[in-house]
Design a protein around this ligand. Structure first.
Ligand code: AMP
Ligand code: ZN
Ligand code: FE
Ligand code: FE
Length: 276
């Protein structure tokens, strides 16, 4: 039995509907999947229902953008209470920051002579968590870029004309928020940060797991993070980070996490404090 614990839908910057995602998970013979859209859990109810029709275990989740020592890191949340008012309040703050950032990116692009409108981006995003992939798609459909990668390369990568820094919450706060919402926290794709000391720092900040298997980790990186997870007594997890069809073949199925890791992660769920 296998799982994929890192997946996106069109409720953030993926292209799949919940039903399409569940159908792909079924096709890939996955026993369990987690939905980890950026800064939203809006896709969870529909994905849970769609997984139910295929007999797939569904884990509600999200991917939170945070910061450690000035470096942007992503924290994956699992089994969070998707109805928690505190969590929903924080997510709506993150979503407001994302919308503001789109306006900032469009303004900078306009100043460079790229006549993109924020409306064009929001029409493509059509969700509460607009981000750079939506700007990339709008740049392509507006004829300003040849393809998705070209848009990132020319305009959206860090330091490029359309890039706007994000206001990020400290990783320790994100981890505490996840725990307070009944969830467990995992450091997403450490290989993308090129700073392995962040793994130890995340552990010190209370992280429960390390995403060792990811489509952007080579086998050597996966082994290195598994070793670090074992030494730090954290759960080794994994996911494809599939965003649907936005870049050729969907990534779902490329990472097949042994199901026992899901159970190990589940064991780290905080016990609810007794009602007072
Ligand atoms: P944002 O949250 O708006 O900063 O957008 C981040 C998302 O953009 C990531 O989750 C990736 O899906 C995507 N992304 C980031 N960098 C690149 C890149 N160089 N090429 C293509 N997609 C990227
Ligand atoms: Zn994304
Ligand atoms: Fe990420
Ligand atoms: Fe992701």
């Amino acid at each position: 039995m296998f799982a994929d614990l890192h997946l996106h839908t069109f409720f953030s910057d993926g292209t799949f509907s919940p039903e399409e995602l569940a159908a792909h998970a079924h096709e890939q013979d996955l026993a369990a999947i987690a939905l980890t859209d950026h800064d939203t859990v809006d896709g969870c109810p529909a994905t849970a229902a769609a997984c139910g029709t295929h007999g797939i275990e569904f884990i509600p989740g999200a991917e939170i953008t945070a910061e450690m020592g000035g470096q942007e890191v992503h924290i994956l949340a699992y089994w969070i209470d998707t109805t928690s008012p505190t969590l929903m309040q924080r997510f709506s703050e993150f979503q407001a920051v994302r919308s503001q950032r789109i306006h900032g990116m469009v303004k900078q692009l306009n100043e460079r002579g790229v006549a993109l409108t924020a409306e064009a981006v929001f029409a493509i995003a059509n969700c509460k968590a607009p981000g750079r992939p939506h700007v990339a798609r709008a740049l392509v459909s507006g004829g300003f870029c040849n393809d998705f990668d070209d848009a990132f390369e020319r305009y959206l990568k860090k330091g490029r004309p359309g890039w706007v820094p994000k206001a990020m919450m400290p990783a320790a706060d994100a981890i505490a928020l996840i725990h307070a919402s009944g969830g467990v926290a995992v450091l997403a794709h450490p290989g993308l940060y090129r700073m392995d000391r962040l793994v130890g720092e995340a552990a010190a900040a209370g992280i429960d797991g390390i995403e060792c298997w990811h489509t952007k980790h080579n086998p050597e990186a996966s082994r290195r993070y598994q070793k670090m997870a074992a030494e730090l007594n954290r759960v080794a997890t994994g996911g494809s980070d599939c965003h649907g069809n936005s870049k050729g073949q969907p990534l779902i199925g490329r990472i097949r996490l042994p199901y026992e890791q899901v159970n190990r992660l589940r064991e780290r769920r905080p016990t609810p404090s007794p009602a007072t």
